[in-house]
Design a protein around this ligand. Structure first.
Ligand SMILES: Nc1nc2c(ncn2[C@@H]2O[C@H](COP(=O)(O)OP(=O)(O)OP(=O)(O)O)[C@@H](O)[C@H]2O)c(=O)[nH]1
Length: 289
């Protein structure tokens, strides 16, 4: 199996930017792919935003396994970590997110009011791995690209605040957070869900990884989609990939079949799936540990 490489330099830059900007915001929205809630997080975010309220937004919930999403939300609740699962493309989400953020900051805003300060919009920063849905969510949150200037910090540094509503402003550049590639399995998960550029991974490796997963957790969907019989399921992953290639009428072009399998998974042709299983609540340790 070839190794998926990545570039720590990118991560260092993203972390630096986040460190520079964190003092400008009241709250961090950490976007996490609902299909990989562990692999798409970086522990540095928790460190940098330690003194700020922090909302986990599980995106692409429509592509994930609903039971697993519910289990992840229960896990976050048990950890007292505010979290919400969304389809970033839906119009209803801005209101939900604004409401949650206002609740999380209620004490701070009340204290400001007590001091006689004028009511103000809260400020948020979004971070997340590539392709997690940052731009899609921002576009929904900010329907009119309103340059909110004035004496707001950040603008002087060439950054813009985007106004979502009278209650919420967002720093315009969504932070690209590089995921941690603790091991190759995490890298395969990020590749399968689309967070890593195509040229950085071997499609057949990712397809074999996907086969192993779907065979274990969603075997009926696999069987149905690729017309596999019970005997086929006894084959090794490599032989199963060759069998699928043949069933797709692609002769021995297993590269093309690999690509099809990856796209089928991403486009929900094999049903909703979650590669990171939610930790059991009783034994709930940090999934990132
Ligand atoms: N099904 C589904 N697709 C989504 C969702 N959110 C985003 N997408 C799709 O995912 C792809 C990436 O979305 P973007 O909003 O561009 O992601 P991004 O995080 O800004 O990506 P980068 O610019 O690479 O950092 C697009 O094709 C979106 O339509 C979601 O909740 N559900």
């Amino acid at each position: 199996m070839s190794t998926i490489q990545w570039f720590p330099g990118h991560m260092a830059k993203a972390i630096r930017q986040m460190e520079e900007n964190i003092h400008l915001v009241d709250i961090v929205f950490e976007l996490v792919d609902a299909r990989i809630p562990a692999a798409s997080r970086n522990p540095e975010v928790a460190r940098i935003s330690a003194h700020k309220p922090h909302l986990i937004i599980l995106t692409k919930k429509d592509l994930a396994d609903p039971q697993q999403t519910a289990a992840w939300l229960a896990y976050y609740r048990a950890q007292h970590q505010p979290a919400i699962a969304i389809d970033s493309r839906a119009n209803v989400t801005p209101k939900q997110i604004t409401k949650l953020a206002l609740n999380l900051l209620a004490d701070k805003l009340a204290a400001e009011k007590d001091k006689g300060l004028k009511p103000r919009a809260i400020r948020a920063m979004t971070v997340g791995v590539p392709n997690v849905g940052k731009s899609t969510l921002l576009n929904h949150l900010v329907r009119h690209k309103a340059a909110q200037v004035g004496d707001t910090p950040g603008v002087t540094k060439g950054q813009q605040w985007l106004r979502s509503s009278q209650h919420l402003e967002l720093l315009d550049t969504p932070g690209i957070l590089w995921p941690k590639f603790k091991d190759q399995e995490m890298a395969q998960k990020l590749a399968l869900t689309g967070a890593i550029k195509e040229k950085l991974y071997a499609k057949d490796d990712v397809a074999l990884f996907a086969l192993g997963f779907f065979r274990q957790y969603h075997v009926a969907a696999l069987q149905q989609r690729y017309r596999l019989n019970a005997a086929d399921l006894e084959l090794s992953d490599v032989d199963l990939l060759l069998k699928i290639t043949a069933n797709l009428g692609m002769r021995d072009d297993y590269e093309r079949a690999s690509e099809r399998l990856i796209l089928d998974a991403r486009h929900r042709k094999l049903g909703g799936f979650t590669l990171d299983r939610a930790p059991k609540e009783e034994t709930a340790d940090d999934p990132d540990a």
